[in-house]
Design a protein around this ligand. Structure first.
Ligand SMILES: [Zn+2]
Length: 129
């Protein structure tokens, strides 16, 4: 599965989104045991705090993405009608599954050739599973 680098910078957003929906909740405690293919956004006090989603590589891990600027590293969330985008890319530690991908409008864009922006020795994403 060879992809040209141009596709990484201008990802095609055709086809069906991988993640089916976006659900806003008040706290991590409101997460269901099985989050399925929804992206959960924890929003409290007018601030997005976390995005929680299942790793798209089918390893079954839950990826918790910090959206709070008070913690490092943090990611930015952009809302669209019924979907979200996250930036920069998400990278799960090599010891786990090593997935490195972008979430763009609920689609998964694999970022195989681009070095992670935040860290070279391992992701600081919180991963459960
Ligand atoms: Zn994975």
């Amino acid at each position: 599965m060879l992809k040209s680098w141009k596709n990484l910078w201008r990802p095609r957003l055709r086809g069906k989104p991988y993640y089916q929906g976006v659900v806003t909740i008040l706290s991590m405690d409101d997460l269901p045991a099985d989050i399925g293919l929804n992206i959960y956004l924890v929003r409290r006090g007018g601030t997005y705090r976390w995005a929680v989603l299942q790793c798209p590589c089918a390893c079954g891990r839950r990826v918790e993405v910090n959206l709070m600027r008070s913690r490092y590293p943090y990611w930015r969330v952009r809302k669209h009608a019924g979907s979200i985008s996250l930036s920069p890319s998400l990278w799960v530690s090599e010891e786990l599954c090593g997935s490195h991908f972008w979430v763009k409008r609920n689609r998964v864009v694999w970022a195989e050739f681009e070095p992670p922006r935040w860290t070279s020795e391992g992701s600081k994403l919180d991963v459960r599973g």
